[in-house]
Ligand binder design. Sequence first.
Ligand code: CO
Length: 134
Amino acid sequence: MLGRVNHIAIAVPDLASAVAAYRDTLGADVSAPQSLPEHGVTVVFVELPNTKVELLEPLGADSPIAAFLEKSPSGGMHHICYEVADIITARDRLISAGARVLGNGEPKIGAHGKPVLFLHPKDFFGTLIELEQV
Ligand code: CO
């Protein structure tokens, strides 16, 4: 069911300084910031030869990454995104296997303009999983 790793996401308290670290210190290509109000984050993508790193900064009062950054104020790995061919088929299979899908269970449009869902980290060894249909 799982395809490639689409991206690994890191929550950061200050996107501008994270961009500077990845672009200037690590020498990576970093996209322009993109605000995603429906997801409560502003993101950039670090383009790598084999995958991407997504840097996330909270956006708005009830950002879903605010609590994460309270526990990890300097930032930390937030989720891993796997590609799937059909997100509804994947979701239904996961639900019938007892996994919990976050939110209302319906895919939202993610940063790449494609449908995404998140799976409860307690069902997957403490790791928040994002599925993206590609
Ligand atoms: Co993501």
